[in-house]
Structures are given as C-alpha cells and as structure tokens.
Write a protein that binds this ligand. Structure first.
Ligand code: SAM
Length: 295
C-alpha cells in the first residue's frame, strides 16, 4: 500500500492539528464502506481537529457525529460552530489585520464569549509553531518563504472552511468532556461506531506531552472499554511495543499503515480493531518489532 497523498483529501477542518488524521481518511472510508449496515452515528472521543468526523458528515457516511474534546481552547471552536457562529468566525478571520503586534494584542485580551475564545484559538493554531496550543509553544519565526508569523494564515481558505461547516453543524453533538465517559455512555448502542485517536506518549519518546495540554490517558482502561463496546471501533496509535502488548492482551487485531508526514518522510501508524479483514493487503503485525517486515 502506498502512502496517502494528503493533498488529494479534502481539507475540511479549520485546524492544522498536530497528529491530525487527514492521511487516514481513505482508510476510514474503506472501513465504514465495508460495514454490512450503515451506522447511524460516529463517536470520536478524542476529536482534536476533527477531520474524520467532518469527513463522515460531509460524505454522508453517518447521520450524526458525537465529537468529544477535553481541551478548553479546542472545545471553544467546536462549541462556537455548533452554536451557529461559523459565519461570525469566518468574518472575524477575514477582517483580522495579521501582524505579530496584532496577534500579541489580540491574545492578551481575555475573551468573554465562546466565539471570541474560538477566534483566539484559531489565531494561535495558525501562528504558533506546528499549530501547537499547549503551554511552552512559540510563534512561527521564519515560516514559508520567510513570511514568518503569517506563513500559515490563509484567511480566505479558513473562512471558506468555516462557512462550509455551517452546513453540517446541526448534525454535530459536541461534548466538552472526557472521551472515555462519553464512550461509556454509548457503549451499549449497536448502531454507533467509534474512531479513536487518543493522545499517546510512548515511554516519553514521542512529543505527545508537548503537543497537547491533555496528554495523560489510562490506555489499559481505554482498551477494556473498547472490548465492551457493542458497536465497531478503530483505534490508531504510534507504533510501540507497549501498544502491541495491549492489543495482544485484549485479543484485537492490528496492521501498520504507511503515511507521509509534513516533511514527506514515510512513517507508520498502527490501526487496531476487532476484525481488520477489510484491510487484508496490509501485513499483520506480530507482538514484537522483530517479528514482521513491511514494504
Ligand atoms: C491525537 S489527538 C486527535 C487528533 C485528531 N484525530 C485529528 O485528526 O485532529 C488527541 C486529542 O485528544 C484530546 N484529549 C486528551 N485526553 C482527552 C480526554 N480524556 N477526553 C477527550 N479528549 C482528550 C487532546 O486534547 C487531543 O486534541
């Protein structure tokens, strides 16, 4: 399987999200298309930039999505969109005179309304290095073509994405909550499926800690919860022995999916589920790295 060309996948999220799953969209489509009956609802317990939920809505794979995010700033964006403020946000983005001084002045203000907080989040997301909102992040210094702080600020594109979101906002149930609790809530419903992309910090070797304010998760509890779900689910994880051990203990299946990161390096991520026969051309992953070869 050749790595996905992310430029060919419609970008629907207003975020540039660290760990964003745009590259996973074609695999997500295959998964949901392989199901015997169309699920009514998709639950995304760690939604972040939400590209998978948005794809499911725009392409009508499901009627509704439940999107869950713990981070206050990210949550503000989804809350504003669901509350009907996508158009307001689009206009705010178009009117903002981007400069370093303007960004600093804007971010010094304490937002009083959710939509103002949402705007600040989008601004930070596109002016901070790597789109990282977690504390300790810094402004883009050089950026594309020496454009510095404005190198990721595409107001017209962002405004279009926000306006398009108005079309699906009524089908989003957004929860500013713990994804594990929301999974519990739906666990006994059979016409619900789950796309689960948790924050992960394998032995501290990955940057998960720096990428997200909320990076700690009880992965054992997540796997146990998955076992009890009536509906089907997919999990994605960085490739790590600790994760493979969890998969084996819970009797799930796993495959390695190749992806290209923003620097065009080919990386691989684990996709985990109950039955991955619809992904059969990918190599089955054994418990230890030495046990398999890819490519
Ligand atoms: C790997 S990212 C998800 C990226 C997403 N799939 C995308 O395409 O943009 C994980 C997200 O989970 C959020 N998070 C961490 N712990 C959480 C929890 N207990 N409940 C809900 N969200 C949580 C983080 O803030 C982060 O946004």
């Amino acid at each position: 399987m050749t790595p996905v060309n992310v430029a060919a996948v419609p970008q629907r999220s207003p975020f540039r999200y660290p760990g964003g799953k745009t590259w996973f969209v074609p695999t997500f489509r295959r998964w949901i298309a392989s199901m015997k009956s169309r699920p009514r609802m998709l639950v995304e317990p760690f939604v972040g930039g939400g590209i998978i939920s948005l794809t499911a809505l725009f392409e009508d794979w499901v009627e509704r999505v439940v999107m869950v995010e713990l981070d206050d700033e990210v949550a503000a964006v989804w809350q504003a969109i669901v509350a009907g403020d996508a158009e307001w946000l689009a206009n705010r983005v178009l009117a903002f005179p981007l400069s370093r001084e303007a960004v600093v002045a804007e971010l010094q203000m304490t937002p009083t309304a959710i939509r103002e907080r949402a705007f600040q989040t989008l601004l930070k997301n596109r002016t901070l290095h790597g789109g990282i909102l977690a504390e300790g992040s810094s402004f883009i210094r050089h950026g594309e073509n020496g454009k510095g702080i404005g190198s990721r600020w595409y107001p017209a594109t962002l405004a279009t994405r926000l306006r398009n979101l108005s079309q699906v906002a009524g089908r989003i149930d957004f929860r500013h909550a713990d994804g594990l609790l929301v999974m519990e809530e739906f666990s006994q419903s059979s016409n619900v499926v789950y796309f689960i992309d948790p924050p992960y910090t394998a032995g501290g070797k990955r940057a998960g800690r720096r990428l997200y304010t909320h990076h700690l998760l009880d992965h054992e509890r997540l796997f146990s919860l998955c076992e009890r779900l009536q509906g089907d689910f997919l999990l994605t994880y960085d490739e790590a022995d600790e994760v493979k051990e969890l998969v084996r203990r819970h009797n799930f299946q796993m495959r390695l999916i190749p992806m290209k990161n923003t620097h065009h390096a080919t990386l691989k991520e684990l996709v985990i589920g109950r039955d991955l026969s619809w992904l059969d051309e990918l190599p089955v992953v054994r418990e230890t790295i030495a046990d398999y070869r890819v490519e």
